[in-house]
Design a protein around this ligand. Structure first.
Ligand SMILES: Nc1nc2c(ncn2[C@@H]2O[C@H](COP(=O)(O)OP(=O)(O)OP(=O)(O)O)[C@@H](O)[C@H]2O)c(=O)[nH]1
Ligand SMILES: [Mg+2]
Length: 194
């Protein structure tokens, strides 16, 4: 549930980037950092290029500007390669406001996409969240590949509940901001309706 602070007039939303190994989650967050983040933040604090990189989640706080005089603060996390730390996984899905699925459009990654989707659904279930009624967006990443799956097929297989979807090229910042904005809108409209 998003944290709304009426005194300081800000709204904090927790967003988790999920997707199979090497689908482009970190690249997406790096691209967003370049486009949106507050320049006072230390880049190195959140992205360390170490061998252990895959084992830890990444965190990126962003400010999305004002809506009705409230500052929208987004706290972005990425899910580490799954199965690593069960406790950490539980924490990442705790108090979640929205999900960005980063799927790989490479035909060879389709099984991994499907496995990741069903694994995330289980995690949502564990937290009592309903995958058919929860803010989420789908990124079909690596659209620059010569061999890629058609978006219609990816949508049919993965986007069962027909949520907004975006064709992205994270390495070139294509579509990543639009995808996050669409998710933020879903979260905000849910807050308004409560
Ligand atoms: N061609 C292409 N390559 C991409 C794109 N996005 C990411 N990559 C590449 O895919 C590889 C994996 O990207 P990451 O961002 O590290 O993927 P990840 O999902 O964070 O991977 P894990 O954290 O290990 O699960 C890197 O070599 C990226 O440069 C894209 O849109 N197109
Ligand atoms: Mg990563």
């Amino acid at each position: 549930m998003a944290l709304v602070n009426h005194e300081t007039k800000d709204i904090h939303c927790k967003i988790l980037y999920v997707g199979p190994n090497l689908s482009g989650k970190t690249t997406t967050m790096r691209a967003l950092y370049k486009e949106l983040s507050e320049k006072t933040l230390s880049h190195d604090l959140f992205f360390e290029d170490t061998e252990a990189q895959d084992k830890y989640f990444e965190f990126l706080p962003l400010s999305l500007g004002d809506v009705n005089s409230y500052q929208i603060k987004l706290h972005l996390y990425s899910r580490p390669y799954w199965g690593v730390y069960d406790t950490l996984e539980g924490l990442l899905f705790q108090n979640l406001d929205g999900l960005v699925y980063v799927f790989d459009s490479d035909p060879l990654a389709m099984d991994d996409n499907i496995n990741e989707l069903s694994d995330v659904r289980e995690r949502l279930d564990d937290k009592g969240l309903d995958a058919s009624n929860f803010p989420q967006v789908f990124q079909y990443n690596k659209q620059d590949l010569l061999r890629k799956l058609p978006t219609g097929l990816l949508n049919l297989e993965l986007n069962t509940y027909r949520y907004p979807f975006f064709e992205t090229v994270a390495t070139k910042s294509v579509g990543v901001k639009e995808s996050l904005t669409s998710l933020a809108k879903q979260i905000l409209s849910q807050i308004k309706s409560e």
